[in-house]
Design a protein around this ligand. Structure first.
Ligand SMILES: Nc1ncnc2c1ncn2[C@@H]1O[C@H](COP(=O)(O)OP(=O)(O)OP(=O)(O)O)[C@@H](O)[C@H]1O
Ligand SMILES: [Mg+2]
Length: 311
């Protein structure tokens, strides 16, 4: 392990096979795996490895069903990995016992779910502060901390409402507040902004970037949206059928897609160029195409972060 690099999340040769009634699958044995798949097992994550440095945002993209949610859930062992190792802040999650795992989930890593995952019979305030209650935080402190993040996500006035009384976008914001209040170093976000309308979505992205500057969290962020990936991601991986087909900086992936599948995510250069032109952050970016009609691609792209342009 490269200790100097200060990696907070390390995933090594991770596999998740939803095997149903198929037993004894050896992931290192191709024929055993192929047989299991013929019998209906689904290899949702296949031999995935990546590392995320402290304070960085690792974005995962990929078509529906490519294994993004399964992968991110494995990090907390909400889905039990079939094989491989997961290390978070130097602790091996894959070897934790039940008690250690519970403690890890409460204190070290918070998750925002794709479909909210709220407690339906609890109010916004109770949903947001629930994790703190489990940790034994006093009622007064819970109220104070919950109120702070409720303000951050723009839900003041809704504290005593139940999830069913909120729009999808508002429920998603409760999910985000619930993760932020935990004040963990690691944040796992599964399409957290997909239910939000564009304006709120953009505001939430700003908020996440602001939080990043302030708190330097280490984030895994799943999205379908290239604009979001470019705005938020320091590193990016594209998944296909359980495999990471390409990993690198967003710029590398946009400029040098390894195959047609990846290209599909990045091919619409006009759209990207429009996005880039609109974004003040991206001023100074060059979008240069090769000029050959059918094979036009973005050849150069840079992202302005603070006062630096990342090529
Ligand atoms: N509990 C489960 N049991 C069996 N198969 C599952 C289970 N959960 C997911 N899968 C399968 O694993 C594969 C990956 O699913 P996953 O939800 O991780 O995809 P995803 O990339 O998050 O998709 P989306 O973009 O639609 O959210 C799919 O083929 C799915 O059917
Ligand atoms: Mg998903």
């Amino acid at each position: 392990m490269d200790k100097d690099e200060n990696f907070v999340i390390e995933v090594e040769h991770l596999w998740k096979i939803f095997s149903g009634c198929v037993k004894d699958i050896d992931v290192t044995d191709h024929s055993s795996l192929a047989r299991a798949e013929e019998e209906g097992a689904v290899a949702a994550v296949r031999d995935v490895s990546f590392k995320v440095k402290k304070g960085k945002v690792f974005v995962i993209m990929g078509l529906s069903g490519s294994g993004k949610s399964t992968l991110i859930r494995c990090v907390l062992r909400l889905v039990e990995p079939t094989a491989g190792r997961i290390i978070v802040s130097g602790e091996e999650v894959t070897s934790m016992n039940k008690q250690q795992l519970t403690d890890f989930r409460r204190r070290r890593a918070a998750m925002v779910f794709q479909h909210y995952g709220l407690l339906p019979h609890r109010t916004v305030w109770e949903n947001v502060s629930f994790g703190l209650k489990l940790r034994g935080v006093s009622r007064e402190e819970r109220r104070e901390k919950a109120q702070e993040v409720i303000e951050k996500v723009g839900l003041v006035g809704w504290e005593n409402h139940y999830p069913s009384q909120l729009s999808g976008g508002m429920q998603q914001r409760v999910g985000i507040a619930r993760a932020l209040v935990q004040d963990t170093d690691v944040l796992l976000m599964d399409e957290p902004f997909s239910g939000l309308d564009p304006l709120i979505r953009s505001e939430m992205q700003d908020e996440l970037l602001r939080l990043q500057n302030e708190f330097n969290k280490t984030v895994i962020f799943v999205t379908h949206d290239l604009n979001e990936a470019l705005r938020l991601g320091d590193q990016m991986a594209v998944m296909k059928e359980g495999v990471i087909v390409q990993a690198g900086t967003p710029q590398e992936i946009v400029t040098q897609p390894v195959d047609e599948y990846v290209e599909r995510f990045v091919q619409d250069e006009r759209r990207v160029a429009d996005i880039l032109e609109k974004e003040e952050k991206y001023s100074g970016i060059k979008v240069v195409d090769s000029g050959k009609s059918k094979t036009r691609k973005i050849r150069a792209i840079g992202i302005v972060r603070g006062d630096k342009v990342v090529p």
